[in-house]
Design a protein around this ligand. Structure first.
Ligand SMILES: [Zn+2]
Length: 278
């Protein structure tokens, strides 16, 4: 998502901001507007479900997407050409930044059905001590995510189910419930297994498939099971490639396996797995 976002908004200048849900902005609206208007967006960065916009004035504009939030970049004059923008899921615009680059005008809209999203602004130097961002675990697609780092990150979660441990954002950032089912399936490990019982050979597979599954998801622009949309409002294509998530009662996709996909509640969320091969 962040690549698509950067293509549209990097080097744009913020010229205005509008909101219908002021509560989501974590500082007085006038002050917020004063601080961001005139600044340029250097680049966008994603950390778990947070989008960080690095601004030319040394500030970071943080958008917490939460459950249902997503950003849409709409170029003036081209909105009508895009059928996705008319879809209901893209119609819950709570906040909007007007951006300019040369003579191009872009509205960066924050669509958020449930209004759980939050907007913050802080100095770049405060990033390392930020209450949520500083606690986020390792990014699984960064070079820091080694097999050792994975095991080290989850070493205090021995009694947790693998499924829940993978979703702990303070250990590994950015794995949601869909991927927490898909990764154990690819690794051939039951998602309900206690972390402390996982063997070294299984850790290797979990590590390898965490990277593979997430890379594939990025390539297919995410999964649109819920409200995820890219900056053009388009659903991701990864849901067609899901092997277990949302497939309860269907046949296992692993070659030569006759099993059926089961659903099981683990810590309030539904994990999906094959009862035969996992
Ligand atoms: Zn199977």
């Amino acid at each position: 998502m962040v690549d698509g976002l950067n293509k549209k908004i990097a080097a744009c200048q913020i010229v205005d901001f509008w909101t219908e849900w002021e509560k989501a902005v974590k500082l007085p609206l006038n002050q917020f507007k004063k601080e961001i208007i005139g600044a340029k967006i250097i680049q966008a960065e994603r950390r778990a479900k947070n989008i960080l916009l690095h601004l030319s004035n040394g500030k970071i504009l943080l958008v917490h997407l939460k459950m249902t939030g997503h950003l849409l970049a709409k170029e003036a004059g081209k909105v009508k050409d895009n059928k996705y923008f008319q879809e209901k899921v893209n119609g819950y615009i709570r906040h909007s930044w007007r951006l300019k680059k040369d003579d191009q005008v872009i509205d960066l809209d924050f669509s958020d059905l449930r209004k759980f999203g939050k907007i913050e602004l802080f100095d770049k130097s405060d990033l390392v001590t930020h209450p949520t961002l500083s606690k986020l675990g390792v990014e699984p697609l960064s070079k820091d995510f080694t097999l050792e780092k994975l095991r080290e990150s989850l070493k205090n979660k021995k009694k947790s189910a693998l499924y829940s441990a993978l979703m702990d954002q303070n250990k590994i950032a950015g794995i949601g419930n869909i991927y927490a089912s898909e990764i154990p399936f690819e690794a051939g490990v039951n998602p309900a297994r206690r972390v402390g019982t996982i063997k070294p050979s299984e850790w290797e597979k979990i590590h390898q498939h965490t990277i593979k599954v997430l890379k594939k998801a990025v390539k297919h622009r995410g999964t649109s099971d819920s409200d995820y949309r890219d900056v053009d409002g388009a659903p991701g294509g990864f849901q067609k490639l899901l092997k277990v998530y949302g497939r309860e009662g269907e046949s296992c996709k692993r070659k030569n396996c006759q099993g059926k996909i089961k659903r099981q509640k683990i810590g309030q969320r539904s994990a999906f797995f094959c009862e035969e091969c996992q």
